[in-house]
Design a protein around this ligand. Structure first.
Ligand code: FES
Length: 273
């Protein structure tokens, strides 16, 4: 059992849990994820590790309550426990000194971007971060991202905070101004990651995305997380979750996501909620 030490509501429907998981906290690296089950009948929920503390043996999980399983998770309080947490899973981010790294997080995607941005900064890179949400109340980890970035841009769809527009706007401005960009990492909705890939593609700027498709076993056995990258089938859980954005078949990825939409709609209705 994995005891929840602290819970916090970061924005509407977005929660942060600090969970005692010493073995995972000791081994995990930025970019990796876990799969948890709240109880024996619970669905397996993949979540990126948003932070970790090797001294206290804790990991931070940030999730959005979008369906039955995540709402059930969100109802747990500090002192209660999660049945099982498997991880760390997936490959760690390739952290190195590249020069100027632009870290982009959209919506809940800011959570996995945070430890990656911090690691790039610690490796001596200039980190320019761009975080965005639909509106100010949905924006998460602004303070934390500011602390690990040389420059932080904030965007909201409705202009309630920062630049009114999309996360790709400051990126386009940097490129238009001739600023040197050595690497871009983008995590968020698939449509956002595709948008970033299309902005950087003509300039040959190396761009990495972290994919979070439907996952079941997290060990490469079930095929649930299959994605096409460079015309080759890859499994996000064992080959990723990070991939070269210019090689990812985003159209296929979105089509697969749509396949699960009906199921997700049912999921949202669970328990008559
Ligand atoms: Fe089953 Fe990746 S989650 S193959």
């Amino acid at each position: 059992m994995y005891v929840i030490e602290k819970t916090e509501e970061l924005s509407q429907g977005v929660k942060s849990f600090i969970v005692k998981a010493p073995r995972i906290a000791k081994k995990c690296q930025p970019g990796q994820f876990i799969i948890l089950r709240t109880d024996e009948d619970g669905e397996r929920i993949p979540l990126t590790i948003a932070d970790f503390n090797r001294e206290t043996g804790t990991i931070t999980l940030i999730f959005q309550e979008v369906g039955c399983s995540t709402r059930q998770l969100g109802r747990l309080q500090a002192g209660q426990a999660i049945l099982d947490v498997a991880g760390p899973l997936g490959n760690a981010s390739h952290i190195d000194k590249f020069g100027t790294v632009v870290c982009i997080g959209g919506g809940i995607g800011v959570a996995p971007v945070y430890p990656i941005a911090r690691a790039y900064r610690e490796a001596g890179n200039k980190v320019v971060s761009i975080i965005g949400a639909r509106n100010e109340s949905l924006l998460i980890l602004e303070k934390e991202m500011a602390a690990v970035s040389d420059i932080l841009h904030v965007t909201t769809d409705d202009g309630s905070k920062g630049h009114k527009g999309m996360v790709i706007d400051p990126l386009k401005s940097m490129i238009a101004a001739g600023e040197k960009i050595d690497l871009v990492i983008a995590i968020g909705p698939v449509v956002m990651m595709r948008g970033v890939a299309e902005v950087t593609r003509p300039y040959g700027i190396k761009t990495i995305v972290s994919l979070n498709p439907i996952m079941v076993d997290g060990t490469g056995m079930c095929g649930g997380c299959r994605v096409s990258v460079g015309n080759t089938n890859k499994f996000a859980c064992v080959d990723g979750p990070e991939f070269d954005a210019h090689q990812v078949d985003f159209t296929g990825l979105m089509a697969r996501q749509r396949m699960y939409l009906e199921h997700e709609k049912e999921e949202r209705k669970c328990g008559g909620e």
